[in-house]
Write a protein that binds this ligand. Structure first.
Ligand SMILES: Cc1cc2nc3c(=O)[nH]c(=O)nc-3n(C[C@H](O)[C@H](O)[C@H](O)COP(=O)(O)OP(=O)(O)OC[C@H]3O[C@@H](n4cnc5c(N)ncnc54)[C@H](O)[C@@H]3O)c2cc1C
Length: 399
Protein backbone atom coordinates (compact mmCIF):
# COMPACT_ATOMS: atom_id res chain seq x y z
CA UNK A 1 0.00 0.00 0.00
CA UNK A 2 1.26 3.47 -0.82
CA UNK A 3 -0.10 5.84 1.74
CA UNK A 4 -0.73 9.55 1.40
CA UNK A 5 2.06 10.18 3.87
CA UNK A 6 4.28 7.78 1.98
CA UNK A 7 3.73 9.94 -1.06
CA UNK A 8 4.85 12.93 0.98
CA UNK A 9 7.91 10.90 1.90
CA UNK A 10 7.63 11.89 5.57
CA UNK A 11 6.26 8.80 7.21
CA UNK A 12 7.38 6.27 4.64
CA UNK A 13 8.36 3.11 6.47
CA UNK A 14 7.76 4.89 9.79
CA UNK A 15 6.92 1.63 11.54
CA UNK A 16 9.90 -0.26 10.10
CA UNK A 17 12.51 1.58 12.18
CA UNK A 18 13.76 -1.25 14.43
CA UNK A 19 16.32 0.94 16.18
CA UNK A 20 13.51 2.99 17.75
CA UNK A 21 11.20 0.01 17.95
CA UNK A 22 13.51 -2.01 20.19
CA UNK A 23 15.33 0.83 21.92
CA UNK A 24 14.47 -0.53 25.37
CA UNK A 25 15.57 -4.11 24.64
CA UNK A 26 19.08 -5.46 25.25
CA UNK A 27 20.56 -8.00 22.82
CA UNK A 28 19.83 -10.74 25.33
CA UNK A 29 16.19 -9.67 25.69
CA UNK A 30 15.79 -9.51 21.93
CA UNK A 31 17.20 -13.01 21.46
CA UNK A 32 14.91 -14.30 24.18
CA UNK A 33 11.88 -12.67 22.52
CA UNK A 34 12.92 -14.21 19.19
CA UNK A 35 13.15 -17.65 20.74
CA UNK A 36 9.75 -17.21 22.40
CA UNK A 37 7.92 -16.04 19.27
CA UNK A 38 9.58 -18.88 17.34
CA UNK A 39 8.11 -21.41 19.79
CA UNK A 40 4.72 -19.68 19.92
CA UNK A 41 4.53 -19.64 16.11
CA UNK A 42 4.57 -23.44 16.18
CA UNK A 43 1.06 -24.72 17.01
CA UNK A 44 2.22 -28.21 18.10
CA UNK A 45 4.92 -26.81 20.40
CA UNK A 46 2.45 -24.32 21.91
CA UNK A 47 -0.07 -27.10 22.53
CA UNK A 48 2.58 -29.32 24.16
CA UNK A 49 3.69 -26.33 26.29
CA UNK A 50 0.12 -25.72 27.46
CA UNK A 51 -0.38 -29.38 28.39
CA UNK A 52 2.95 -29.53 30.30
CA UNK A 53 1.99 -26.33 32.14
CA UNK A 54 -1.48 -27.58 33.14
CA UNK A 55 -0.07 -30.94 34.23
CA UNK A 56 2.77 -29.38 36.25
CA UNK A 57 0.41 -26.94 37.98
CA UNK A 58 -1.90 -29.80 38.93
CA UNK A 59 1.03 -31.73 40.41
CA UNK A 60 2.27 -28.53 42.06
CA UNK A 61 5.63 -28.86 40.31
CA UNK A 62 7.80 -25.72 40.61
CA UNK A 63 7.24 -24.50 37.07
CA UNK A 64 6.22 -20.88 37.66
CA UNK A 65 9.83 -19.60 37.56
CA UNK A 66 9.97 -20.88 33.95
CA UNK A 67 6.74 -19.06 33.09
CA UNK A 68 8.06 -15.92 34.77
CA UNK A 69 11.29 -15.87 32.77
CA UNK A 70 9.51 -16.41 29.45
CA UNK A 71 5.89 -15.62 28.51
CA UNK A 72 5.15 -13.67 31.71
CA UNK A 73 8.10 -11.30 31.17
CA UNK A 74 7.19 -10.89 27.53
CA UNK A 75 3.45 -10.17 27.90
CA UNK A 76 2.92 -8.93 31.50
CA UNK A 77 4.28 -5.87 33.26
CA UNK A 78 4.60 -7.38 36.74
CA UNK A 79 2.85 -9.09 39.60
CA UNK A 80 1.64 -5.96 41.39
CA UNK A 81 0.66 -2.37 40.61
CA UNK A 82 3.90 -1.01 42.06
CA UNK A 83 6.09 -3.48 40.15
CA UNK A 84 4.17 -2.68 36.96
CA UNK A 85 4.60 1.04 37.48
CA UNK A 86 8.35 0.57 36.94
CA UNK A 87 7.49 -0.68 33.45
CA UNK A 88 5.17 2.31 32.98
CA UNK A 89 8.07 4.65 33.84
CA UNK A 90 10.51 2.83 31.54
CA UNK A 91 8.08 3.10 28.61
CA UNK A 92 7.37 6.73 29.42
CA UNK A 93 11.08 7.54 29.00
CA UNK A 94 10.45 6.83 25.32
CA UNK A 95 7.19 8.78 25.29
CA UNK A 96 5.09 5.58 25.24
CA UNK A 97 2.12 5.78 27.60
CA UNK A 98 0.50 2.84 29.41
CA UNK A 99 -2.75 1.63 30.88
CA UNK A 100 -2.76 -1.10 33.49
CA UNK A 101 -5.14 -4.00 33.90
CA UNK A 102 -5.30 -6.48 36.76
CA UNK A 103 -5.76 -9.44 34.42
CA UNK A 104 -6.96 -11.99 36.93
CA UNK A 105 -10.21 -13.68 36.02
CA UNK A 106 -12.51 -14.05 39.01
CA UNK A 107 -15.38 -16.41 39.66
CA UNK A 108 -18.86 -15.77 38.30
CA UNK A 109 -20.69 -14.72 41.46
CA UNK A 110 -21.81 -11.51 43.13
CA UNK A 111 -18.97 -11.52 45.66
CA UNK A 112 -16.37 -11.80 42.94
CA UNK A 113 -18.07 -9.01 40.92
CA UNK A 114 -17.85 -6.75 43.98
CA UNK A 115 -14.18 -7.64 44.46
CA UNK A 116 -13.52 -6.75 40.81
CA UNK A 117 -15.48 -3.52 41.24
CA UNK A 118 -13.14 -2.53 44.09
CA UNK A 119 -10.11 -3.39 41.95
CA UNK A 120 -11.35 -1.11 39.18
CA UNK A 121 -12.04 1.69 41.69
CA UNK A 122 -8.51 1.27 43.10
CA UNK A 123 -7.07 1.44 39.61
CA UNK A 124 -8.94 4.72 38.96
CA UNK A 125 -7.50 6.20 42.18
CA UNK A 126 -4.03 4.93 41.22
CA UNK A 127 -4.23 6.58 37.77
CA UNK A 128 -5.53 9.82 39.28
CA UNK A 129 -2.43 9.96 41.51
CA UNK A 130 0.08 9.44 38.67
CA UNK A 131 0.37 12.22 36.17
CA UNK A 132 1.83 9.92 33.49
CA UNK A 133 -1.29 7.73 33.35
CA UNK A 134 -4.54 8.73 31.60
CA UNK A 135 -6.66 5.61 31.17
CA UNK A 136 -7.86 2.55 32.98
CA UNK A 137 -9.92 -0.37 31.74
CA UNK A 138 -12.36 -3.06 32.77
CA UNK A 139 -14.07 -6.07 31.28
CA UNK A 140 -17.87 -5.93 31.78
CA UNK A 141 -18.13 -9.63 32.75
CA UNK A 142 -15.69 -9.03 35.60
CA UNK A 143 -18.42 -6.97 37.30
CA UNK A 144 -21.60 -8.32 35.71
CA UNK A 145 -23.47 -11.60 35.49
CA UNK A 146 -23.27 -12.62 31.83
CA UNK A 147 -26.57 -14.55 31.93
CA UNK A 148 -28.41 -11.35 32.89
CA UNK A 149 -26.53 -9.38 30.23
CA UNK A 150 -27.58 -11.98 27.67
CA UNK A 151 -31.24 -11.94 28.72
CA UNK A 152 -31.34 -8.14 28.53
CA UNK A 153 -29.61 -8.26 25.13
CA UNK A 154 -32.26 -10.68 23.90
CA UNK A 155 -35.05 -8.40 25.22
CA UNK A 156 -36.36 -11.20 27.44
CA UNK A 157 -38.28 -10.20 30.58
CA UNK A 158 -36.33 -10.54 33.84
CA UNK A 159 -37.64 -12.37 36.91
CA UNK A 160 -37.77 -10.31 40.12
CA UNK A 161 -34.43 -11.61 41.45
CA UNK A 162 -32.84 -11.12 38.02
CA UNK A 163 -34.09 -7.54 37.96
CA UNK A 164 -32.32 -7.03 41.28
CA UNK A 165 -29.10 -8.47 39.85
CA UNK A 166 -29.46 -6.20 36.83
CA UNK A 167 -29.86 -3.18 39.13
CA UNK A 168 -26.60 -4.19 40.80
CA UNK A 169 -24.88 -4.34 37.40
CA UNK A 170 -26.12 -0.83 36.57
CA UNK A 171 -25.02 0.39 39.97
CA UNK A 172 -21.49 -1.07 39.53
CA UNK A 173 -21.10 0.59 36.12
CA UNK A 174 -22.32 3.86 37.57
CA UNK A 175 -19.99 3.67 40.59
CA UNK A 176 -17.01 3.15 38.27
CA UNK A 177 -17.89 5.84 35.74
CA UNK A 178 -18.88 8.33 38.42
CA UNK A 179 -15.49 7.98 40.15
CA UNK A 180 -13.66 8.13 36.81
CA UNK A 181 -15.57 11.33 36.02
CA UNK A 182 -14.84 12.83 39.43
CA UNK A 183 -11.11 12.04 39.15
CA UNK A 184 -10.82 12.92 35.44
CA UNK A 185 -9.60 9.42 34.53
CA UNK A 186 -10.57 8.03 31.13
CA UNK A 187 -12.16 4.59 31.30
CA UNK A 188 -12.18 1.96 28.55
CA UNK A 189 -14.97 -0.63 28.61
CA UNK A 190 -13.83 -3.79 26.81
CA UNK A 191 -16.11 -5.45 24.25
CA UNK A 192 -17.15 -9.08 24.62
CA UNK A 193 -19.29 -11.66 22.80
CA UNK A 194 -22.09 -10.33 20.55
CA UNK A 195 -24.85 -12.10 22.49
CA UNK A 196 -24.16 -9.99 25.59
CA UNK A 197 -22.86 -6.87 23.85
CA UNK A 198 -26.19 -5.10 23.17
CA UNK A 199 -26.92 -4.73 26.87
CA UNK A 200 -23.33 -3.54 27.49
CA UNK A 201 -23.70 -0.97 24.69
CA UNK A 202 -26.95 0.22 26.26
CA UNK A 203 -25.40 0.64 29.71
CA UNK A 204 -22.27 2.36 28.36
CA UNK A 205 -24.49 4.71 26.35
CA UNK A 206 -26.23 5.71 29.60
CA UNK A 207 -22.79 6.32 31.15
CA UNK A 208 -21.63 8.45 28.22
CA UNK A 209 -24.82 10.54 28.35
CA UNK A 210 -24.27 11.09 32.06
CA UNK A 211 -20.48 11.53 32.28
CA UNK A 212 -19.23 12.65 28.84
CA UNK A 213 -20.87 16.09 28.78
CA UNK A 214 -17.72 18.21 28.96
CA UNK A 215 -14.89 15.70 28.56
CA UNK A 216 -14.65 12.24 27.02
CA UNK A 217 -14.35 10.04 30.09
CA UNK A 218 -16.19 6.85 29.11
CA UNK A 219 -15.06 4.85 26.05
CA UNK A 220 -17.04 1.93 24.65
CA UNK A 221 -15.36 -0.67 22.42
CA UNK A 222 -16.55 -1.36 18.89
CA UNK A 223 -15.51 -4.66 17.28
CA UNK A 224 -15.28 -4.01 13.57
CA UNK A 225 -15.27 -7.70 12.64
CA UNK A 226 -19.02 -7.32 13.20
CA UNK A 227 -20.79 -6.28 10.01
CA UNK A 228 -23.29 -4.08 11.91
CA UNK A 229 -20.84 -1.80 13.69
CA UNK A 230 -20.70 1.08 11.22
CA UNK A 231 -24.44 1.53 11.75
CA UNK A 232 -23.80 1.38 15.50
CA UNK A 233 -21.31 4.26 15.23
CA UNK A 234 -23.73 6.29 13.12
CA UNK A 235 -26.57 5.65 15.55
CA UNK A 236 -24.39 6.69 18.46
CA UNK A 237 -23.47 9.94 16.73
CA UNK A 238 -27.15 10.76 16.09
CA UNK A 239 -27.97 10.20 19.77
CA UNK A 240 -24.95 12.28 20.87
CA UNK A 241 -26.08 15.18 18.70
CA UNK A 242 -29.53 15.08 20.26
CA UNK A 243 -28.42 14.48 23.85
CA UNK A 244 -25.33 16.67 23.63
CA UNK A 245 -22.53 14.42 24.86
CA UNK A 246 -19.10 13.27 23.62
CA UNK A 247 -18.33 9.76 22.39
CA UNK A 248 -15.23 7.74 23.21
CA UNK A 249 -14.62 4.66 21.06
CA UNK A 250 -11.96 1.99 21.36
CA UNK A 251 -11.92 0.59 17.85
CA UNK A 252 -10.75 -3.03 17.53
CA UNK A 253 -11.24 -5.84 15.03
CA UNK A 254 -12.48 -8.31 17.67
CA UNK A 255 -11.12 -11.25 19.61
CA UNK A 256 -13.87 -13.88 19.63
CA UNK A 257 -14.17 -14.84 15.98
CA UNK A 258 -14.07 -18.62 16.42
CA UNK A 259 -16.61 -18.60 19.27
CA UNK A 260 -18.94 -16.28 17.32
CA UNK A 261 -18.88 -18.30 14.11
CA UNK A 262 -19.26 -21.62 15.93
CA UNK A 263 -22.31 -20.43 17.92
CA UNK A 264 -23.95 -18.96 14.81
CA UNK A 265 -23.46 -22.21 12.92
CA UNK A 266 -24.74 -24.33 15.80
CA UNK A 267 -27.86 -22.19 16.37
CA UNK A 268 -28.45 -21.58 12.69
CA UNK A 269 -28.37 -17.76 12.54
CA UNK A 270 -26.28 -15.45 10.38
CA UNK A 271 -22.87 -14.94 11.97
CA UNK A 272 -22.38 -11.33 13.12
CA UNK A 273 -18.82 -11.53 11.75
CA UNK A 274 -17.80 -10.14 8.34
CA UNK A 275 -17.46 -12.81 5.69
CA UNK A 276 -13.71 -12.36 5.24
CA UNK A 277 -10.64 -10.79 6.78
CA UNK A 278 -10.60 -8.27 3.93
CA UNK A 279 -14.16 -7.14 4.80
CA UNK A 280 -13.19 -6.80 8.47
CA UNK A 281 -10.18 -4.68 7.43
CA UNK A 282 -12.40 -2.52 5.25
CA UNK A 283 -14.94 -2.14 8.05
CA UNK A 284 -12.23 -1.21 10.58
CA UNK A 285 -10.75 1.40 8.25
CA UNK A 286 -14.18 2.84 7.44
CA UNK A 287 -14.98 3.03 11.17
CA UNK A 288 -11.70 4.82 11.89
CA UNK A 289 -12.30 7.21 9.03
CA UNK A 290 -15.90 7.94 10.17
CA UNK A 291 -14.68 8.76 13.67
CA UNK A 292 -11.77 10.90 12.47
CA UNK A 293 -14.06 12.91 10.22
CA UNK A 294 -16.30 13.63 13.22
CA UNK A 295 -13.71 14.54 15.83
CA UNK A 296 -15.95 17.30 17.16
CA UNK A 297 -17.97 14.49 18.81
CA UNK A 298 -15.73 11.40 18.80
CA UNK A 299 -12.41 10.43 20.38
CA UNK A 300 -10.61 7.47 18.81
CA UNK A 301 -8.64 4.86 20.72
CA UNK A 302 -7.47 2.49 18.00
CA UNK A 303 -6.61 -0.94 19.43
CA UNK A 304 -4.81 -2.57 16.55
CA UNK A 305 -1.47 -4.01 15.48
CA UNK A 306 -2.45 -3.72 11.83
CA UNK A 307 0.10 -1.39 10.25
CA UNK A 308 -2.00 -0.64 7.19
CA UNK A 309 -4.84 0.62 9.40
CA UNK A 310 -2.39 2.74 11.37
CA UNK A 311 -0.97 4.28 8.19
CA UNK A 312 -4.56 4.98 7.06
CA UNK A 313 -5.32 6.79 10.32
CA UNK A 314 -2.14 8.84 9.99
CA UNK A 315 -3.06 9.68 6.39
CA UNK A 316 -6.43 11.03 7.45
CA UNK A 317 -4.87 12.99 10.30
CA UNK A 318 -2.32 14.55 7.92
CA UNK A 319 -4.82 15.35 5.21
CA UNK A 320 -7.03 17.16 7.76
CA UNK A 321 -4.13 18.93 9.49
CA UNK A 322 -4.73 17.11 12.78
CA UNK A 323 -1.68 17.34 15.08
CA UNK A 324 0.15 14.08 15.81
CA UNK A 325 -0.38 14.58 19.54
CA UNK A 326 -4.10 15.44 19.31
CA UNK A 327 -5.58 14.30 22.62
CA UNK A 328 -8.59 12.80 20.85
CA UNK A 329 -6.54 10.17 19.03
CA UNK A 330 -4.75 7.26 20.72
CA UNK A 331 -2.94 4.22 19.31
CA UNK A 332 -3.07 1.20 21.65
CA UNK A 333 -0.98 -1.97 21.46
CA UNK A 334 -0.61 -4.94 23.79
CA UNK A 335 2.52 -5.11 25.96
CA UNK A 336 5.06 -7.50 24.43
CA UNK A 337 3.74 -7.09 20.90
CA UNK A 338 4.28 -4.61 18.06
CA UNK A 339 6.90 -2.49 19.82
CA UNK A 340 7.84 -1.17 16.38
CA UNK A 341 4.42 0.49 16.24
CA UNK A 342 4.40 1.90 19.78
CA UNK A 343 7.94 3.27 19.85
CA UNK A 344 7.99 4.70 16.34
CA UNK A 345 4.62 6.40 16.77
CA UNK A 346 5.69 7.81 20.14
CA UNK A 347 8.92 9.04 18.58
CA UNK A 348 6.86 11.10 16.12
CA UNK A 349 4.73 12.57 18.90
CA UNK A 350 1.61 10.42 18.39
CA UNK A 351 -0.25 9.19 21.49
CA UNK A 352 1.03 5.60 21.61
CA UNK A 353 -0.17 3.60 24.57
CA UNK A 354 0.51 0.06 25.76
CA UNK A 355 -2.02 -2.21 27.47
CA UNK A 356 -0.15 -3.58 30.49
CA UNK A 357 -1.69 -6.67 32.09
CA UNK A 358 -0.47 -7.55 35.56
CA UNK A 359 -1.19 -9.94 38.43
CA UNK A 360 0.29 -12.91 40.30
CA UNK A 361 1.90 -15.27 37.75
CA UNK A 362 -0.32 -18.23 38.53
CA UNK A 363 -3.44 -16.09 38.22
CA UNK A 364 -2.60 -14.53 34.86
CA UNK A 365 -1.92 -17.88 33.16
CA UNK A 366 -5.32 -17.86 31.33
CA UNK A 367 -4.38 -14.45 29.86
CA UNK A 368 -0.95 -15.76 28.84
CA UNK A 369 -2.45 -18.84 27.20
CA UNK A 370 -4.79 -16.59 25.19
CA UNK A 371 -1.82 -14.50 24.05
CA UNK A 372 0.08 -17.64 23.01
CA UNK A 373 -2.99 -18.96 21.16
CA UNK A 374 -3.58 -15.62 19.47
CA UNK A 375 0.01 -15.43 18.27
CA UNK A 376 -0.18 -18.99 17.03
CA UNK A 377 -3.35 -18.32 15.05
CA UNK A 378 -2.37 -14.84 13.80
CA UNK A 379 0.47 -16.10 11.62
CA UNK A 380 1.20 -12.75 9.98
CA UNK A 381 1.67 -10.98 13.31
CA UNK A 382 4.18 -13.52 14.67
CA UNK A 383 6.22 -13.64 11.50
CA UNK A 384 6.27 -9.82 11.50
CA UNK A 385 7.64 -9.86 15.09
CA UNK A 386 10.30 -12.41 14.10
CA UNK A 387 11.30 -10.49 10.98
CA UNK A 388 11.65 -7.21 12.92
CA UNK A 389 13.74 -8.78 15.71
CA UNK A 390 16.01 -10.42 13.13
CA UNK A 391 16.47 -7.09 11.32
CA UNK A 392 17.35 -5.32 14.56
CA UNK A 393 19.84 -7.99 15.67
CA UNK A 394 21.53 -7.74 12.26
CA UNK A 395 21.56 -3.94 12.44
CA UNK A 396 23.19 -4.02 15.88
CA UNK A 397 25.86 -6.41 14.63
CA UNK A 398 26.85 -4.11 11.78
CA UNK A 399 26.86 -0.81 13.70
C1 LIG B 1 -5.14 -2.21 22.89
C2 LIG B 1 -6.05 -3.33 22.46
C3 LIG B 1 -7.28 -3.50 23.10
C4 LIG B 1 -8.15 -4.54 22.70
N1 LIG B 1 -9.38 -4.68 23.30
C5 LIG B 1 -10.26 -5.61 22.83
C6 LIG B 1 -11.59 -5.70 23.32
O1 LIG B 1 -11.99 -4.96 24.23
N2 LIG B 1 -12.42 -6.66 22.79
C7 LIG B 1 -12.04 -7.49 21.78
O2 LIG B 1 -12.84 -8.30 21.29
N3 LIG B 1 -10.76 -7.44 21.31
C8 LIG B 1 -9.87 -6.54 21.80
N4 LIG B 1 -8.59 -6.48 21.29
C9 LIG B 1 -8.13 -7.54 20.35
C10 LIG B 1 -8.49 -7.17 18.91
O3 LIG B 1 -9.87 -7.22 18.75
C11 LIG B 1 -7.85 -8.12 17.87
O4 LIG B 1 -8.25 -9.43 18.13
C12 LIG B 1 -6.35 -8.09 17.81
O5 LIG B 1 -5.84 -6.84 18.06
C13 LIG B 1 -5.87 -8.52 16.41
O6 LIG B 1 -6.36 -7.63 15.43
P1 LIG B 1 -5.48 -6.48 14.75
O7 LIG B 1 -6.36 -5.37 14.29
O8 LIG B 1 -4.43 -6.08 15.70
O9 LIG B 1 -4.71 -7.13 13.53
P2 LIG B 1 -4.96 -8.12 12.32
O10 LIG B 1 -3.94 -9.20 12.54
O11 LIG B 1 -4.88 -7.37 11.06
O12 LIG B 1 -6.39 -8.71 12.44
C14 LIG B 1 -6.71 -9.93 13.02
C15 LIG B 1 -8.20 -9.85 13.30
O13 LIG B 1 -8.94 -9.81 12.08
C16 LIG B 1 -10.18 -10.46 12.24
N5 LIG B 1 -10.24 -11.62 11.32
C17 LIG B 1 -9.29 -12.57 11.14
N6 LIG B 1 -9.68 -13.49 10.24
C18 LIG B 1 -10.91 -13.10 9.82
C19 LIG B 1 -11.86 -13.67 8.91
N7 LIG B 1 -11.61 -14.79 8.24
N8 LIG B 1 -13.03 -13.04 8.74
C20 LIG B 1 -13.33 -11.90 9.40
N9 LIG B 1 -12.47 -11.32 10.28
C21 LIG B 1 -11.28 -11.91 10.50
C22 LIG B 1 -10.24 -10.93 13.71
O14 LIG B 1 -10.86 -9.92 14.44
C23 LIG B 1 -8.76 -11.03 14.08
O15 LIG B 1 -8.55 -10.89 15.46
C24 LIG B 1 -7.74 -5.44 21.66
C25 LIG B 1 -6.50 -5.26 21.03
C26 LIG B 1 -5.66 -4.22 21.41
C27 LIG B 1 -4.36 -4.06 20.69
Amino acid sequence: MISFTAKLGIYFMLLDNTKNGFSLKSNFELKKAYFLFKIISNKSLTNIGKKVLEFSLKLRLPILFLVKGTVFEQFCSGESLDESFKTVERLYEKNVKSYLHYSVEGLENEESYDTSLNEVLDSIKFVANKNILDFTVFKPTAIANSKILQKVSENKPLEKNEQELYERILSRFDTICSLAHKKGVKILVDAEESWIQDSIDEIVLKMMIKYNKQKTIVFNTSQMYRHDRLEYLERLKNIAEKENFLIGIKLVRGAYIEKENKRALKNNYRSPICDSKELTDLNFNKGASYILLNLNIFSLFSGTHNEESIYKIIDIMKSHNVDNGNQKIWFGQLYGMSDNISFNLANEGFNAIKYLPFGPIKEVIPYLIRRADENTSVKGQTSRELELIKTELKRRKTT
